[in-house]
Ligand binder design. Structure first.
Ligand code: GFB
Length: 315
């Protein structure tokens, strides 16, 4: 990418899009185009086409999505499929029709089969059945990445995808019903610490294994692949470190300084048993994460406390 390139970041108010905007600004990119949800409805194909025709960006980064944790996904697979499918098709197809030559599409490692080999290599895609709790989201993201791959092959545009593992960090959503596990744990332990509660209720058995990546590491990976002339179609991004939900709970509890006891509600879903992505491809290309989970967590809890103090916590 050239510093003079006009770069459209879709979803700039979300955790991922805002991290990409911060990383671009830090690297000296000043020509960044954004639209709020109110200004541009990404579910509306005509509006998206008109936006691209008017702005004609050189590069598009698609970080817009309806996202949520296991609770939000499993309660609304239809909505997650519909909205994410529309966002993916409109933003990718619209870019192509307006002559955008370069596009990065962001997905999630839930696109891989539930029982994929671990760590999950990129070529595990479409080799087995998906995890049911987030099947709608996964199907939409698979459509988006396939559309990029087909357009690249058929029409010669450089459209490619990154599949990040579970993310956390600056600008996360702290909704305890629909949110992801890590921000939810931060909020639950912090609330219990402040209130002096005796217990913190968590979901499932604590046995599932997950991998976590700080969103600033993902943003660095986005710029890394965008600066490659010929990036692979599909690249995993992760920390390479697996941790059980039980161990994660102990780590968040310790970092927060909370003394409450943890209780597990096994009527709530565990989701996929294991989801560690194989990051050998991106590492072989020369990228590695810089923020380990302990440091990232400390920083995120400090940011959460500051947001609570000034009333800006995203829910
Ligand atoms: O992050 P999370 O909601 O989603 O949950 P997934 C991860 C694990 O944490 C599950 C457990 O095993 C949950 O049972 N968990 C324990 C909790 N306590 C809690 C809690 O209080 N809240 C939540 N939310 N979980 C999502 C997908 O899967 O990951 C999305 O649904 C997306 O599509 C995203 O791919 C990255 O890791 O299971």
């Amino acid at each position: 990418m050239e510093l003079s390139n006009k770069i459209y970041v879709a979803g700039h108010r979300g955790m991922v899009g805002s991290a990409v905007c911060r990383a671009l600004a830090k690297q000296g990119y000043t020509n960044v185009v954004t639209r709020t949800h109110k200004e541009l409805d990404l579910l509306d194909p005509a509006a998206v086409r008109a936006f691209y025709e008017a702005e004609k960006p050189d590069v598009a980064v698609i970080a817009a999505a309806r996202v949520g944790g296991i609770g939000a996904n499993s309660a609304a697979n239809a909505l997650f499929l519909y909205e994410n499918e529309m966002i993916a098709l409109n933003t990718v197809w619209g870019a192509y029709k307006a002559g955008v030559k370069r596009l990065l599409f962001l997905g999630s490692t839930c696109i891989y089969p539930r029982m994929a080999p671990q760590p999950i290599p990129e070529n595990a895609l479409l080799t087995g059945a998906l995890e049911k709790t987030n099947e709608g989201y996964a199907l939409a993201k698979i459509s988006g990445l396939k559309l990029c791959e087909f357009l690249r092959r058929d029409c010669g545009v450089t459209y490619h995808s990154l599949m990040p593992t579970n993310l956390y960090g600056t600008g996360d959503n702290y909704d305890v019903v629909g949110g992801h596990v890590l921000p939810t744990m931060i909020r639950k332990f912090e609330t219990a610490r402040v209130n002096g509660d005796a217990t913190v209720p968590l979901w499932g058995t604590g046995a599932p294994l997950r991998e976590f990546l700080h969103v600033d590491d993902l943003a660095a990976a986005c710029l890394f692949v965008l600066n490659m002339e010929n990036p692979p179609d599909l690249v995993n991004v992760g920390s390479g470190r697996e941790i059980s939900i039980r161990e994660l709970a102990e780590l968040v509890k310790r970092t927060s300084g909370c003394e409450a006891a943890i209780t597990w509600d096994s009527s709530k879903p565990d989701g996929t048993p294991r989801k560690l992505c194989d990051t050998s491809l991106i590492r072989s290309l020369g990228w590695a994460p810089a923020i380990d989970l302990e440091d990232g967590l400390q920083r995120t809890i400090a940011e959460y406390r500051a947001a609570v103090a000034d009333g800006s916590v995203r829910l």
